[in-house]
Design a binder for this molecule. Structure first.
Ligand code: FNR
Length: 379
């Protein structure tokens, strides 16, 4: 069907399923164990109510904001997700093209299927990218990657260090079709040297995690990254108020290192029954709200509607990421499918702001939501 006839993200996902290979679908769709966290990430937003105000002039509303001091057109961003070319030859560069008219930030996966140079080649001036790092057991490999990103700093404005998956979760959908996995990863991958050494089996996820370090610590990892780049560091995969507090404390003691955290359970793909980002947001609000004043707090997981995005912003998130939604857009129609996905979400955010009685995202706050009927209520 023509893209403009697709009206929501579920419809785009359904079309993508018919367009992409079975292997691609299984890899993107999959999550840990019983997929509880994957689905709860989304359904939990339905238990949070919005509190619209009336008699407010909302003829116009704007989503423009800043992230790490950079101007962006929207708090909505693309989460780092591996292997975009599995869905469509446009790949990660196609995602960049699809979101370019919205001024959205794009975080690029360590396991992207195109090189960072290719991905930013046609970027619009002012487009903001971040590079996601999985620290490799051979540290020199990661150091070489950081050196490459440092040279592209007109485009890449942060290093996103993913911490929630020192090992991949048990993803059964992905594993089921494991026979072809090595060939699939080799064909779409960016790292030919690693391809030759990768053992076979275990699904695309297991294949990609080969070579990833599981021994990172506060004391050693951040100073090492800071030695190899002065780009701000964003910690991805924080899931408790304790770790959010430690990140903020570290940021205070070592200015110029950690500038943001992403509350995420990896789209449910790591530890199943780990909490959704809004749960951690509420924990931070209750136990260590000063975190919001020290570092930016971004969230991802389960975003399907503009109202989901607005609720996260109300609870203190500065930015909200989509992982699978961007990939499904790509699968449904290449870069134009990504553009349609963002058009839908941005349209829903705009409608939501106007119906709430809000003209810009900086006005959003806890007074616009009610969590008292939610299982998340921590009061
Ligand atoms: C991911 N995610 C991810 N995260 C990361 O830091 N590095 C990566 O390479 C990947 N790869 C990846 C592949 C695929 C297919 C998916 C679906 C996800 C996790 C991603 O950044 C994000 O946290 C989740 O996707 C957010 O959840 P939703 O939006 O997919 O529900």
């Amino acid at each position: 069907p023509p893209l403009h006839t697709l009206l929501n993200l579920d419809e785009i996902e359904a079309v993508a399923k018919t367009q992409v290979s079975k292997k691609c679908w299984a890899y993107y769709f999959s999550a840990g164990d019983d997929l509880f966290s994957k689905y709860y990430n989304g359904s939990v937003y339905r238990s949070i109510l919005l509190r619209p105000r009336v008699f407010v002039d909302c003829t116009t509303a704007t989503t423009a904001t800043t992230l790490l001091g950079h101007k962006v057109g929207t708090p909505l961003y693309v989460s780092p997700a591996a292997m975009a070319r599995l869905a469509h030859p446009d790949g990660e560069a196609g995602i960049a093209r699809g979101i370019s008219s919205f001024g959205a930030m794009q975080l690029v996966s360590n396991n992207a299927s195109q090189t960072p140079e290719q991905i930013v080649a046609d970027a619009k001036p002012g487009a903001v990218f971040g590079w996601q790092l999985y620290v490799q057991t051979t540290r020199a490999k990661s150091e070489a990657m950081l050196a490459r990103i440092n040279k592209l700093r007109d485009h890449f404005k942060c290093i996103v260090l993913t911490l929630d998956a020192p090992v991949p979760g048990k993803r059964e959908h992905d594993e089921k079709s494991n026979l072809e996995s090595q060939a699939v990863v080799d064909a779409a991958s960016n790292d030919k040297a690693a391809d030759e050494k990768r053992p076979g089996g275990g699904g695309v996820g297991q294949q990609l995690f080969w070579g990833t370090a599981a021994d990172l610590t506060w004391d050693t990892t951040i100073p090492w990254i800071a030695k190899h780049t002065d780009l701000p560091i964003v910690l991805k995969g924080v899931q408790t108020h304790e770790d959010a507090y430690l990140a903020a404390q570290y940021a205070r003691k070592h200015p110029g290192t950690i500038r943001a955290i992403i509350l995420s359970n990896h789209g449910g793909r790591a530890l199943d029954t780990a909490p959704p980002a809004v749960h951690t947001l509420l924990e931070i609000r209750k136990y260590c709200p000063e975190v919001f004043d020290t570092i930016e707090v971004w969230v991802d997981g389960g975003i399907k509607r503009g109202t989901d995005v607005v609720k996260a912003l109300c609870l203190g998130a500065k930015a909200v990421g989509v992982g699978r939604a961007a990939l499904w857009g790509l699968g449904a129609g290449g870069w134009q499918g990504v553009e349609r996905t963002f058009e839908i979400l941005q349209g829903e955010i705009d409608t939501c702001l106007k119906l709430l009685g809000v003209k810009e995202v900086s006005e959003l706050g806890p007074r616009f939501v009610s969590v008292s009927s939610s299982p998340l209520d921590l009061s």
